[in-house]
Design a protein around this ligand. Structure first.
Ligand SMILES: NC(=O)C1=CN([C@@H]2O[C@H](COP(=O)(O)OP(=O)(O)OC[C@H]3O[C@@H](n4cnc5c(N)ncnc54)[C@H](O)[C@@H]3O)[C@@H](O)[C@H]2O)C=CC1
Ligand SMILES: O=C(CO)COP(=O)(O)O
Length: 307
């Protein structure tokens, strides 16, 4: 494996885990944090790969700061953020590409609960790009005996899988918090996947991508793990806490809260039917109780499974 210079943006849970994976593979790794002493210019100097693990709300600001630096057009940008921008409905990779139109952009996403990766437990992920050689470079840089990296040619599908599942993870937390049982959970996750495909297709994502690691895989991980912050939001809402109380003590970011708002806005504009997401939104807004959200879903007009 060739030694590569990798600059990681964001020293939160996921940035730190990815930095450790890259260090364990023998690369030169520098980490930038907005609270750290090092400048972006120093951290990005001579970077072969710039990997962003910044939460959604900071992506545009950091990308715009980097735009004023001189980077080689060969520098690969990797985005590991799972969110959507409220004002533009852009995905993180679309933001990076808009600031750096001549650089390859790669999406890294999969069932990757950082706490498990920090314990060196085995995991797999996906790197996706329209530039196949860039995806392969990132695959080689991060692959190891404990982190299996697949390439994929559908970056928007891979990115949306990781982003959209966060909303279904909140719903799954509610389902478990209300002790609704295994049948209910299976129905929720499966119908949630249908919503993900429906929304993803509007963006041009391929249906098959949602049945892979970055879609179904990440859905299974986050909908079934108390380590998921999004799941925790739903679980604690079911326990009667308010969203403000939950977010005040949550360790790190639960992107599904903002993603849900963006999706409902988009679905209402474009007449996309996403009933689970709609009920999660109403719950997060305090418009319905968890039980009322469940009743709304169960009492929708009956219909064929596929249409
Ligand atoms: N923690 C996990 O298990 C995983 C997280 N992700 C995704 O990675 C992203 C980051 O997640 P975590 O590291 O868990 O969150 P975190 O809350 O631990 O860290 C967020 C990082 O973003 C930085 N940040 C936030 N706003 C910023 C701004 N305006 N300017 C500069 N930096 C800013 C913070 O300083 C921090 O370094 C999220 O989109 C999340 O969905 C993806 C896979 C796994
Ligand atoms: O995306 C994740 C795992 O793949 C992390 O999930 P949470 O952001 O819900 O903790």
């Amino acid at each position: 494996m060739r030694e590569t210079t990798i600059s990681i943006l964001g020293a939160g849970a996921w940035g730190a885990s990815l930095a450790n994976l890259a260090i364990a593979n023998g690369h030169r790794v520098r980490v930038w944090s907005r609270r750290g002493a090092e400048t972006l210019a120093a951290v990005l100097e001579d970077a072969d790969i710039v990997l962003s693990a910044i939460s959604m709300k900071g992506v545009r600001e950091v990308a715009s700061q980097i735009q004023s630096l001189t980077l080689s057009p060969a520098t690969i940008f990797v985005t590991a953020t799972k969110g959507l921008e409220l004002e533009t409905i852009y995905t993180p990779s679309q933001i990076w590409q808009s600031f750096f139109p001549d650089n390859p952009v790669v999406v890294l996403s999969g069932p990757n609960l950082s706490k498990e990766i920090d314990q060196s437990l085995p995991a797999a992920t996906v790197v996706a790009s329209r530039v196949a050689t860039a995806a392969t470079t990132v695959q080689l840089a991060f692959s190891s005996s404990r982190f299996r990296v697949y390439t994929n040619p559908d970056p928007i599908g891979v990115e949306l899988g990781g982003t959209l599942k966060n909303v279904i993870a909140i719903a799954s937390g509610v389902c478990d918090g209300l002790h609704l049982g295994t049948n209910a959970k299976a129905a929720l996750v499966t119908r949630g996947l249908t919503e993900m495909v429906r929304i993803g297709n509007c963006w041009g994502a391929k249906t098959e991508t949602f049945y892979g690691l970055s879609g179904l895989g990440d859905l299974l991980a986050t909908c079934n793990s108390p380590l998921s912050r999004n799941y925790q939001v739903g679980y604690q809402l079911a326990g009667g806490e308010t969203l403000a109380q939950i977010l005040a003590k949550l360790p790190g970011t639960a992107e599904g809260v903002n993603t849900c708002q963006v999706l409902v806005q988009l679905a209402r504009q474009q007449n996309i039917v996403i009933p689970i997401t709609e009920q999660v939104y109403r719950l997060l807004q305090g418009e319905v109780t968890p039980q009322q959200a469940l009743d709304e879903l169960m009492l929708r007009d009956i219909k064929p499974e596929y249409n």
